[in-house]
Design a protein around this ligand. Structure first.
Ligand code: KG4
Ligand code: ZN
Length: 359
């Protein structure tokens, strides 16, 4: 089945074309195209995403990306055709989500193809099943397709700008929410801490870069809720601890070593909580695989820490799955897979923006 997927939940406009086969137990995706127009440079001057600017940019970018997709296929001697359209309906910024929904509805009317709503968080979860880039472009080779390497039960940790969500999965279409953040999301905490160290938006990659040269023990920041016997998270206290540290030690941000120490100390605390709670969930549920996804999963220090801790606690036979690097951040390829799975399990998300849609 060929799927045209559209993503506009935040500050990346995405359109992708996928060929997906295999059914709900073993979906295999070939990403024919994955086009992303990033608005980061625009929002950076405001220190964060401005919803109405995001909306304006999505409206401008969607037809441009669609035309680019048509050209790309034409260059390969093909016409753009698909059997189904899928679009993110939530969670995310509602003015931004609506632009994708409106575009998708018009396209469905024009083409007569069915339209299926997709959940952005499910997209992040399924992103670990997308083939690594390049693998499906190799000339003369068979198109590379991703197979589900997941074994169940699986523990899924979604860490993005808007979410910190821990799931227990019994299959690719059946899961239970174990816990989530009670205040700031992990990515949001990275972004806010970065602002306190005068780093530009989005702060996650900036903190990671700076943390490489910093002392993670410079400041012993709190590890909120790390010992509580639940799977919820809280990151706003950690951000406040950074704020107080900077207030009480005003000279710290004046030197590169001070800023790097702050970044490293903050990152160590955030990762410590994420890893500790995820590993505890693995033990409790006898996890046979662990999924780490969402924008913050791009963080190599987090990836390595969680991978190592899972291996130590669960043994090498517990698989550790992360998406190929380009699918960590928001993209439409993952939405194509989420739409396919929603379609197969008969999940019909209403065709309206739902900023708080749950997984
Ligand atoms: O999934 P995503 O692209 O958008 C949402 O669905 O929210 O995640 C964006 C978030 C931002 O908060 C960004 O700072 C964070 O992911 N992020 C990172 C890294 N790269 C992106 N956080 C930590 N380290 C990174 N390398
Ligand atoms: Zn996202």
């Amino acid at each position: 089945m060929r799927i045209l997927a559209i993503e506009t939940s935040c500050d990346e406009t995405g359109i992708a074309l996928l060929s997906v086969t295999g059914g709900a137990a073993n979906p295999r995706a070939e990403v024919r195209a994955n086009l992303v127009a990033s608005q980061i440079a625009l929002h950076r001057q405001f220190g964060g995403v401005v919803p109405n600017l995001a909306k304006r940019e999505h409206i401008r970018n969607l037809p441009i990306l669609y035309a680019r997709l048509e050209r790309k296929l034409r260059a390969q001697g093909e016409r753009l055709r698909f059997d189904m359209i899928t679009v993110t309906v939530g969670p995310g910024l509602e003015p931004a989500l609506w632009t994708g929904i409106n575009f998708a509805e018009n396209l469905a009317k024009e083409t007569g193809k069915p339209l299926v709503g997709a959940n952005h968080l499910e997209g992040h979860l399924y992103s670990v099943m997308l083939p690594a880039p390049g693998q499906h472009h190799a000339a003369h080779s068979k198109p590379h397709t991703a197979k589900s390497p997941m074994r169940f039960p699986a523990i899924g940790l979604i860490v993005s700008g808007g979410h910190t969500t821990l799931l227990k999965m019994d299959s690719l279409v059946k899961w239970k929410l174990l816990g989530e953040t009670r205040d700031d999301a992990a990515g949001e905490a990275f972004d806010k801490a970065a602002r306190l160290i005068d780093l530009p938006y989005p702060g996650g990659p900036e903190i990671e870069r700076l943390a490489h040269v910093g002392d993670p023990h410079m400041a012993e920041f709190p590890r909120p809720m790390i010992h509580e016997k639940n799977y919820d998270f809280s990151f706003s206290g950690l951000k406040t601890a950074v704020l107080y540290y900077v207030r009480d030690n005003p000279s710290v941000t004046a030197t590169e070593a001070g800023r790097a120490g702050l970044a490293a100390s903050f990152q160590a605390a955030a990762i410590d909580v994420l890893v500790t709670k995820t590993v505890r969930a693995c033990r409790e549920h006898g996890a046979r695989s662990v999924i780490l996804c969402g924008g913050v999963a791009a963080n190599m220090t987090l990836r390595n820490a969680l991978k190592g801790a899972v291996k130590k606690a669960m043994g090498a036979q517990c698989a550790f799955l992360v998406p190929p690097k380009r699918y960590n951040l928001d993209n439409a390829a993952m939405i194509g897979l989420a739409g396919y799975m929603a379609h197969l399990r008969g999940k019909k998300y209403p065709m309206r923006a739902n900023g708080n849609l749950e997984i």
